[in-house]
Write a protein that binds this ligand. Structure first.
Ligand code: S3P
Length: 183
């Protein structure tokens, strides 16, 4: 049930940068025929600029305000049959965590520091990792954030050793079970 008392069937993907939220979001869209929303893309579209520019002009807090506004809007719109891929820091605000759980079934795609480092090291689109030692930043943030992802998630999937089809099939099965129990 969401805050308006309606049954929802959305699947919400959370997890650190590079854990596969967009890849799995797209795969779930394909498997289920659902809509797919990526909150980072939605923020960029609304702002008419890239996330790096938002961080540069408004700071991280400005970006976080935009992220919260985007999530609030999804809740207000009462979205259904939708996969939502979130940014890695979307869970940081308590308000956001509450919204995410009201939006649907929250799945944490858990990846380790090695995997994250290898998947993100060539990408320049993530302001938080544009530092001298991204590996140390990843390890530090992972330590801070893992308990928060855990608190927010209905389901945790360790992505190590699984391909996108296996991960997505696992999510679909578990989500069906969850929604059947919560009708
Ligand atoms: C962030 C993750 C990014 C994006 C922003 C901040 C974070 O999203 O929202 O750069 O704080 O972890 P991805 O997880 O999709 O890279």
């Amino acid at each position: 049930m969401n805050h308006k008392g309606t049954q929802v069937n959305n699947i919400i993907l959370i997890g650190f940068m590079g854990c596969g939220k967009s890849t799995i979001g797209r795969e779930l869209k394909r498997m289920l025929g659902f809509h797919w929303i990526d909150t980072d893309t939605a923020i960029e579209t609304r702002a008419h600029c890239r996330i790096t520019e938002i961080f540069a002009h408004e700071g991280e807090e400005g970006f976080r305000d935009r992220e919260t506004a985007e999530l609030r809007e999804l809740l207000d719109k009462n979205i259904q049959s939708t996969i939502v891929s979130t940014g890695g820091g979307a869970v940081l605000r308590e308000e956001n965590r509450t919204i995410l759980r009201q939006l649907g079934y929250v799945v944490w795609l858990r990846a380790n520091a090695d995997t994250i480092f290898h998947r993100t090291r060539k990408n320049r689109d993530r302001p938080i990792l544009q530092t001298e030692n991204p590996r140390a930043v990843i390890e530090g943030l992972l330590q801070q954030r893992e308990p928060i992802y855990r608190e927010c998630a209905h389901l945790i999937i360790d992505v190590a050793g699984l391909n996108r089809t296996e991960i997505s099939a696992g999510i679909v099965e578990s989500a069906r079970y969850f929604f059947a129990q919560h009708e």
